[in-house]
Write a protein that binds this ligand. Sequence first.
Ligand SMILES: [Zn+2]
Length: 440
Amino acid sequence: MNASQVILLVLALGIAPATAEVKTARSPAAFRFDGIPSPAIDDAGADARFALVDGRRDPNGADLDALNDGRLPSSEDDPRSNFFFASNSDGGRLRVDLAEATDLEAIATYSWHRGGRAPQVYEIWGAMGSSDGLELSPKRGTDPAEAGWTLISKVDTRRGASGSGRQHASWTDLDGSRFQHLLFDFRATDERDPFGQTFLSEIDVMRRGGPEPKRFESVVKTFGPEDGLRFTIDATRAPELLEWSEKELIPVINEWYPKMAGMMKSDGYTPATEVLLTYKTDMGGVPAYAAGNRVSLSVPFFRSQLDGGEAIGCVIHELVHVIQDFGHARRVNRRPNPTPGWVTEGLADYVRWFLFEPEKQGARITRRNLESARHDGSYRISANFIDWVVREHDRDLLEKLNAACREGRYEAGLWKEWTGKSLEELSQDWLNGHRERLKD
Ligand SMILES: [Zn+2]
């Protein structure tokens, strides 16, 4: 008789079994814990149905999907990537339906927050689909034991957790116990704190005897060229891109991010020291975009551009946006001038095509695009204009122009101040130069 048979026998006899063994751990980052595996991506929980039984979801947080989508938050205060119960409440109950009675190995839960929302305080109850008198959605007023549920474990990561840090994990060993339904009863982590609701990042349910699940740590990697600079690649949506990223992309980022930060420095400003790059499958036709310190990369685009294609240059362009951080203007300037889009994009493409990969000649003016070319025309054309102004008039233009935009000081008059010529004059001279060059 194995352990699971013992539990079943105990259940059959109607004797409450001792609760299962629980491990808890904490970690500073990267969801790696002593004694507890990092979150799984394709565990049984990934296909399970999660339902809110009692309590209110906090509208600032994520939906229940966040609990089994195999994805994790990217920072210690990322409400949109965590499910949590409403503030000023004492948690609530969630049910997980595995669709059929399943032999379970373990249940693991993961959370991340810089303060009182990191700990986890909850009970897990289990039930078979066919249990007599089973009440599937017992509210707080009902003791689950009276509603056909069996207590599996009591978890409290506030006490006895190994390690230190703001990421908490718990692991309940189920040793093959068989359940179809799981009921989680979460409590506030601190009754005196109205915001003491666990930031739940992921709930994993491990099937016994199933294939070893793919783990978060195998598709999400953090790296950095020096202390204090960290880049995380999240390849959850395209694990096959992780190897390429690690071999081809990471060395380039390690070299070029600090280098570009140096080219675009300005007083009192430090570019983001943590950058998250996430491969996504739902970006439509957009190859990549940056928002703050997060860069989203389109899986189909990257798959098609790996070898000698546009993949790496495209990341360089987005990292320029991360470093530019023109949103900074609103933090330091009460009435910031807006930066025109052609300047923002022209600068990003200037760094990419003229400094990072000039050999590709990706931003040339040719006979075909000469007549439609305008300095404010587009990414590569504006980059060509900026390159021309740098070479002909001002070697420091990149740093000066970038600083002006970052501080909300951009205005067309700056071109005259820096070069002695107005923007229109510069534009005419630039086009005339190309016309002359392409004359015959
Ligand atoms: Zn851009």
